[in-house]
Design a protein around this ligand. Sequence first.
Ligand SMILES: [Zn+2]
Length: 289
Amino acid sequence: MSKQAAEYAWPDNYRSAVALSFDLDAESVILAVDRAYAARPSVMTHQAYGPITGLPRLLEILLEAGYRGTFFIPGFTADRYPGAVEAVLDGGHEVAHHGYLHRPPAHLTPEEERAELERGLEALARHGVRPVGFRAPWWETSPHTLGLLSEYGFDYDASLFDRDTPYAVTTPNGSIIEIPQSWALDDWERYAYMPDPPAGQGVIERPADVMETWWQEIVAYREYGGCAVPVMHPFLSGRPARALALRELLGRLASLPDVWVATLGDIAAHTSRLEMVPVPLDLPGLESF
Ligand SMILES: [Zn+2]
């Protein structure tokens, strides 16, 4: 058996990991659907809540808890809210790539996907950031995404779903670390609601219920030695009751000293040091489907 899944070794005798991640989508996620929403102040301000109000609150909560997070920032957000990027950097957090206008690679041509990636890199470079990590908008990678990331020198991707622990993937341009994700740990499914464009499942859940689910997941990932990656959008999780519930969750997290709370970049760097045998991404039997 290769050093995958069950044999994944966390550093310093940690049993598992939690990576607190934040997607600062702001308006980009809506404008990628239709640029006409730019003329709709109610829709735009719903999204602007993220960088304007949610982000400072969440940064304060992270500071108080003493944890560093990973912030996936679309280039469009970085260009529109340069102060938000600076605030994240001032807090000592990791800034990672999340497309330019939040366009999912799965729906782009290879040329468009490359252009999005480059534009996003240019926007972050204006803040002196050379990101090592990428999360595909809508977690929708294309068959080219991991190879493209490898070509541009990224260390890791955080968009796939088939495991509980990080692993190495072969690409035409070298190997890259994948840190798998879970929709169960994404606040979008639990908190998002918008009539137009339609967003969310139609039910806005109680923050206490969401945090209880996440706590259960964190405890279960600890049992299985996995890497739990909660995903928070500041325009959703930055709202008052949700932010306070998150603060409580982080307090509970501190009661598990054998869980490594780290940035995705740190987890990718650790995984690289394990020198795992990279596996191809091919899903056997689906090549000719
Ligand atoms: Zn996003």
